[in-house]
Ligand binder design. Structure first.
Ligand code: UD1
Ligand code: UDP
Length: 371
């Protein structure tokens, strides 16, 4: 064509890498697919086992990543640096109009640093969460990412207050709800509790608790691991407990005798649908995961979080979550078991956790891109 400028749609680059990123990114990619933008999905390769990564792409209907940087595991500095090296090259080559990052993992902060230094506008999905515990690598990742982001997309009102206290311009902050909950609500009908029970070898009918444990504060130090195993056994004295073991800490938990109790049932990390089906059918959950605190809140399943703090207090004030120490866990579980689960739909749910966060996020991004 002569004398005419071809109109090129803006390019949005999504950076994902670890298990919790995938259910957050899926609704944003889906909502943007209806708009005149091009999308590039990057997987850093931070998580790489089929059960930590590929299964989510399959089950959540995510497109295959356009690029996988294949960085793999390593100490924080090496892993974050490897992601930055790979991404910098890619960003320079593809020149996106916007980079979107999710949550609080090393892939998130690495991408934020690259985008900011190359002066590419940056959007952070799940901004403003704070545990105020700088011993958590995620808290460092959140602080840095939010400081650099141009658009801060927040899941709950407390996040707005934290960002305000840190001096972030209110015009950049958008309360959009929780995209992880979009994904949960979209797949709720597909959860098959009976099949999930069979998959992990649970006897029919018997009540059970599900546990997920992977925070360094619980599984890295042998003294913590010993306490954790004692706490889990204290639960298993009362009820069967199924634990899909995250690769972090798997060996240490097993070496500390986790499986030396007849009512502890270990499993490989589960696919998204199988895991949430198990949660759905359980009498309660024990976890140190971020996302699981949110999912149990929406599902109305009691959640005992084995951490001294949470960056998601809304799951306590508007949900089913309680913080417990390892020493408290068996006694608090006894309370949960005697109270039983609340009738479906009777526990509170945080505002805007309604399945429409993806379209709200897409609308904010589209405005920023001038669409
Ligand atoms: C990371 C995130 C954490 C998040 C978690 C979700 C950071 C700093 N931490 O923690 O916030 O809650 O993911 O699951 O980003 N490994 C495998 N296979 C894999 C991936 C990891 O075996 O596919 C093993 C490796 O031994 C690795 C270890 O797990 O060293 C830890 O992986 P890493 O990604 O560094 O941190 P996570 O503990 O998974
Ligand atoms: N999850 C899963 N299989 C499992 C354990 C967790 O699919 O065996 C899902 C869980 O439902 C949630 C996400 O993984 O959607 C949370 O990831 P994780 O706990 O690893 O990370 P965090 O949220 O703590 O950062």
């Amino acid at each position: 064509m002569t004398g005419m400028t071809e109109h090129v749609q803006p390019l949005v680059m999504h950076v994902t890498g670890a298990r919790p990123n995938f259910p957050k990114a899926a609704p944003v990619l889906a909502a943007l697919a209806d708009l005149p933008v091009r999308q590039l999905l990057v997987h850093t390769g931070q998580h790489y086992d089929e059960r930590m990564s590929e299964v989510f792409f399959r089950q959540l209907g995510l497109p295959a990543p356009d690029v996988n940087l294949g960085v793999g595991s390593g100490p924080h500095g090496a892993q974050t640096a490897a992601i930055m090296v790979g991404l910098e090259e890619l960003v320079l080559e593809r020149r996106p109009d916007l980079v979107v990052v999710y949550g609080d993992v090393n892939s998130t902060v690495a991408a934020a640093l690259v985008a900011a230094k190359l002066q590419i506008p940056l959007a952070h999905v799940e901004a403003g969460l704070r545990s105020f515990d700088l011993t958590m690598p995620e808290e460092i990742n959140r602080l840095v990412t939010d400081r650099l982001a141009d658009l801060l997309l927040v899941t709950s009102p407390d996040a707005i207050a934290h960002l305000g206290n840190e001096g972030v311009d209110p015009d950049r902050i958008h309360l959009v709800g929780n995209p992880m909950i979009d994904t949960l609500l979209r797949h709720l009908d597909e959860l098959d509790v009976d099949s999930a029970r069979t998959l992990v070898g649970l006897p029919p009918e018997e009540p059970y608790v599900v546990a997920t444990l992977h925070r360094p504060g619980n599984v890295d130090d042998p003294a913590d691991v010993a306490e954790l195993v004692a706490a889990v056994h204290g639960v298993a004295d009362q009820v069967r407990i199924v634990i899909p073991l995250h690769p972090r800490g798997r060996e240490r938990l097993q070496a500390a005798g986790l499986l030396d109790h007849e009512r502890v049932l270990a499993a490989e990390p589960l696919g998204y649908l199988e895991f949430l089906a198990l949660v759905q059918g359980s009498v309660g959950v024990v976890t140190d995961s971020g996302g699981v605190q949110e999912e149990t809140t929406v599902m109305g399943v009691p959640c005992l979080t084995l951490r001294p703090s949470t960056e998601r207090p809304v799951t306590i004030t508007h949900g089913t979550n309680r913080l417990v120490t390892r020493a408290q866990l068996p006694a608090v579980m006894a309370e949960v078991l005697s109270a039983g689960r609340a009738a479906p739909g009777t526990t509170p749910v945080p505002p805007l956790w309604d399945g429409q966060a993806g379209p709200r996020i897409a609308a904010v991004l589209a405005r920023h891109l001038g669409l």
